[in-house]
Ligand binder design. Sequence first.
Ligand SMILES: [Zn+2]
Length: 152
Amino acid sequence: MENKDTIKKCKKHNEEFKYTLFGYCCVSCYNENLIKNKDICENFVNCRNLKQKTKHLFIEKYPNNILILYSYGYHFPLSIKLLDNTILINSNGYSNTTARHKGNLCRALGFNGFKDVEQNKGEDILIFSTSQLKEILEKGFKNKSEIAESKI
Ligand SMILES: [Zn+2]
C-alpha cells in the first residue's frame, strides 16, 4: 500500500529521497550519477553524449557541425573541435576553475592519442585566444586549412 505521507527511501542506500538534478532520488544515488567535468571533456574529444553537462562545462554543436566546449558560459569557449579533428584550445585563463577545466581537457586529449598538448607543437592541437576563437566561430571555419588561409 502506497501512502503519500510516507517519506520515500532508497532501497539501495536506505536514504531519504530528495529532489535533485537527476529527479527524485537519494543523495548517494545522486552522487553516483553525478557527471564529472572530466567526463564532459572525454565526451567532447570523442564526439559522444553531447547533451551531458556539468554545472560549468557544456558542449554545443555549431551549425557547421564543429563542436565547442564552453566553460561557465558562451563568453568562454574553452576548446573547439574541427571537422578534421583538429583541437583548438583557448590560451586565456579566466579563473582557477577554468584552468582546472583545461587540465581535464588536456588529460582527455592525452588519453585519446593527441600529442604535444603542453608544447603546442602538434599538428592536431592549436592554441588561440578567446577573441581569435570567437572570430573562427563567426567566420564558420570548419578545418585547419581554412584557419591557416585566413591569417587569424
Ligand atoms: Zn540511493
